[in-house]
Design a protein around this ligand. Structure first.
Ligand SMILES: Cc1ncc(COP(=O)(O)O)c(C=O)c1O
Length: 365
């Protein structure tokens, strides 16, 4: 359960240079951290420092600044591995964002393992980044998509889970809904999926910034998230996956760092994690996770809907607490503040965002 705690808003604002701006003569208030968070000065400084002092291609140069770039990039990976309690840095693949991480799984594991007639189970609360990749894969190989429904309280109908899992190859599910704020009890859901023989991919774009995510404890198979929603820069994200799965998966993009040996007619693949990191990586962006970027900032910036939540339930046979925002509350908020309406309130200029979960507005099948 997420508890509300008093924060010193003035001190927090001072860390974020952008909040020094005024718009329409009023100081900026930014409420769209679920879309992308603002960046504290320390993150901006560390990216600047990279270009000023040690910009070089990592893994390739035998000179000081390339070695420094390599060390910065790989120590960022170690920090991320510790942040999510990964068993090994080899399981941490840098991507551009959550969307690319999910598409990596679609193109590699998905194409190799999902066959005609197989079933992929999603939920109605998925962001389109965890929906469209599976629509395309299903169309490509002739698989079917199924959806766990949500109720009027914005909760997954988990009493249907065991029955819906029958014959499913992959369950792809969000840890925390970007639209409703619902936190799904992933550990219990994963245990049920594994009992049914399905693998589990988690869209952690909203959860990693707000919850203490432990991939070993959750026991999931794939976990995807983005740096830019947790005070890091845009253009850097992570796919965590079990090592045995990554070992067996074919590469995603080809060229550059993902190659071990290359001849005119053939190539062999680099070791993990570089097998999935083609081309020159974003050292500058990854370095921010090495110092103090990529911060979990709950409850400071937990979506307002969560802190206003009235419903609270637990999934049977699980100690995870689920806290959700009623669908009606989301609808009320939408009608009061239609998307892209410029907003000012008292002496503040407010920035807020939209939802990207098509299943929540669509009528249940
Ligand atoms: C739940 C969820 N999944 C996936 C994404 C996509 O993240 P990105 O645009 O960083 O790939 C978002 C972005 O808002 C999200 O909220």
């Amino acid at each position: 359960m997420i508890e509300a705690r008093a924060i010193n808003a003035t001190a927090v604002r001072a860390d974020f240079p952008i909040l020094g701006r005024t718009i329409n003569g009023k100081p900026l208030v930014y409420l769209d951290s679920a879309a992308t968070s603002q960046k504290p000065a320390v993150v901006i400084d560390i990216m600047d420092d990279y270009y000023r002092r040690y910009n070089a291609n990592p893994h390739r140069g035998v000179y000081t600044i390339s070695e420094e770039a390599t060390a910065a990039y790989e120590s960022a990976r170690q920090r991320v591995a510790a942040f999510i309690n990964a068993a090994s840095v080899k399981e941490v693949i840098f991507t551009r964002n959550t969307t690319e991480a999910i598409n990596l799984v679609r193109y590699t594991w998905g194409r190799a393992n999902i066959r005609h007639g197989d079933r992929i189970l999603l939920t109605e609360m998925e962001h389109h980044s965890n929906l469209v990749p599976w629509q395309l894969l299903a169309q490509e190989v002739g698989a079917t998509l199924e959806f766990l429904r949500i109720d009027d309280q914005g909760m997954l109908q988990l009493d249907e889970l065991e029955a819906r899992l029958e014959g499913v190859r992959l369950l792809a599910i969000t840890h925390q809904s970007n639209t409703l704020g619902t936190i799904n009890p992933i550990k219990a859901i994963t245990a049920a999926a594994h009992r049914a023989g399905a693998l589990v991919l988690i869209d952690g774009a909203q959860a990693v910034p707000h919850l203490a995510v432990d991939v070993k404890d959750l026991d999931v198979d794939f976990y995807a998230f983005s740096g830019h929603k947790m005070c890091g820069p845009t253009g850097i994200g992570v796919l965590w996956a079990r090592r045995a799965l990554l070992d067996a998966m074919p590469p995603f993009l080809a060229g550059g760092d993902m190659i071990k040996r290359v001849r005119l007619h053939e190539a062999s693949w680099n070791d993990l994690p570089w097998k999935f990191e083609a081309g020159t990586p974003s050292v500058r962006r990854s370095t921010t996770s090495r110092i103090s970027g990529w911060t979990r900032f709950a409850p400071m910036s937990a979506p307002l809907w969560i802190t206003r939540s009235r419903s609270c339930r637990t999934f049977p046979a699980s100690s995870s607490t689920v806290r959700a925002t009623p669908r009606s509350m989301a609808a009320r908020s939408r009608s009061r503040f239609p998307t892209s309406t410029p907003m000012t309130w008292r002496r503040w200029s407010i920035a807020r965002g939209s939802r990207c979960a098509p299943g929540i507005t669509a009528p249940s099948p």
